[in-house]
Design a protein around this ligand. Structure first.
Ligand code: GCU
Length: 334
């Protein structure tokens, strides 16, 4: 090989990211999320990685970026829609600005138990319906992870819905969350998940709302010593893939990612209950008090929002009816 030819070949290999041996380079799959490495979402993604690499490890290398290392949810979803991040775990609330169907989960008291909610979010037909405009959306939902139920927590006790008045709470993005706070008669501030700790520290907000894990993993319990079990929402996290990416790979590879997502879902659900128990204990050690409140009082306060949302957002109707039908079936069984 003369020198100039050697140069051309090596420049070409570098441009194509091929190792110089001539072997095919693996495609790196970036998976992002904003939770800590102890969170069930992360452990589930390790199972996702394991499955993909066991079945197509000669083609793909899965790299997981936890704890907002790849950016906030709001930033990464746009990278994923453009195809430069391939998968992410994101709250359905953060997808509402792209497709209103995702707002169905943000309706307060849509479900009356976690059983109902879990049945709904693990129904493949629900995900299929959410994904009907996946080309336009730029993301494709593969599976839902449970994120338990969301309740208010604050620097002072919230015992009745009236205690929300005059206080400012951090909420996730999505118009429905703002509407809910209006119905609750409370002030709200939309803040990205990773910024809530510093907003609490700076005194920009009096509290937030989430499942118990946020008290410990995100350290919100350092500031909020009262967690009130009002269970106003059950909002899943979704493992979504970049539609551009998924449509660019062979069908059999798409199937491997789909199976890997199902394995991840099983791991996440299996871990959830224990993670919550542990988080609750650790939060109590931080001095957080867990309050049982009259859930019906909170439910009544926001009950008219269902009719309001169905009127202003007709695209949620069929998923809403499906969720309510599951609720009715469960009540009948009792
Ligand atoms: C939960 C959920 C996250 C979400 C967060 C939030 O922790 O699992 O996906 O981002 O709530 O309130 O922003």
């Amino acid at each position: 090989m003369n020198f100039s030819r050697y140069l051309t070949v090596s420049v070409l290999a570098a441009a194509l990211c091929l190792p110089f041996s001539g072997a095919q380079a693996k495609t790196v799959i970036e998976v992002a999320h904003t939770q800590m490495e102890t969170h069930p979402d992360h452990i589930a993604l390790l199972a996702f990685k394991d499955y993909v690499e066991r079945h197509a490890g000669d083609i793909y290398e899965v790299q997981i970026f936890p704890n907002k290392k790849a950016g906030s949810n709001e930033q990464v979803i746009d990278l994923l829609r453009a195809g430069s991040v391939q998968f992410m775990v994101i709250s359905s609330a953060n997808l509402e600005p792209y497709n209103r169907k995702y707002s169905v989960f943000s309706i307060p008291y849509l479900f009356s138990s976690e059983d109902e909610y879990e049945k709904f979010i693990t129904d493949p037909k629900v995900l299929e319906e959410l994904g009907t405009k996946n080309e336009e959306d730029g993301f494709t939902p593969l599976v839902a992870f449970t994120a338990g139920s969301r309740s208010f927590y604050a620097k002072s006790p919230i015992s009745t819905p009236d205690d929300l008045k005059g206080k400012t709470f951090r909420i996730q993005s999505g118009r429905t969350n703002k509407d809910m706070m209006e119905f609750f008669n409370a002030n709200e501030m939309t803040i990205s998940f990773g910024e809530v700790y510093s907003a609490l520290k700076k005194g920009l907000i009096d509290g937030a709302e989430n499942n118990e894990l946020a008290l410990v993993e995100q350290k919100h319990g350092e500031f909020c010593k009262y967690y009130s079990y009002d269970h106003h929402q059950m909002i899943p996290d979704l493992l979504v893939g970049s539609t551009i990416f998924l449509y660019s790979i062979p069908e059999k590879d798409f199937e491997i990612f789909r199976q890997a997502a199902l394995e991840a879902q099983e791991v996440e659900f299996a871990m959830w209950g224990n993670s919550i128990k542990k988080a609750k204990k650790s939060a109590q050690q931080l001095g957080v008090e867990f309050l049982e409140v009259n859930v019906d009082d909170f439910r009544k306060k926001v009950a008219p929002i269902h009719e309001y949302l169905l009127k202003t957002r007709p695209e949620i109707k069929s998923l809403y009816d499906k969720a309510r039908a599951i609720g009715a079936q469960e009540t009948e069984k009792k």
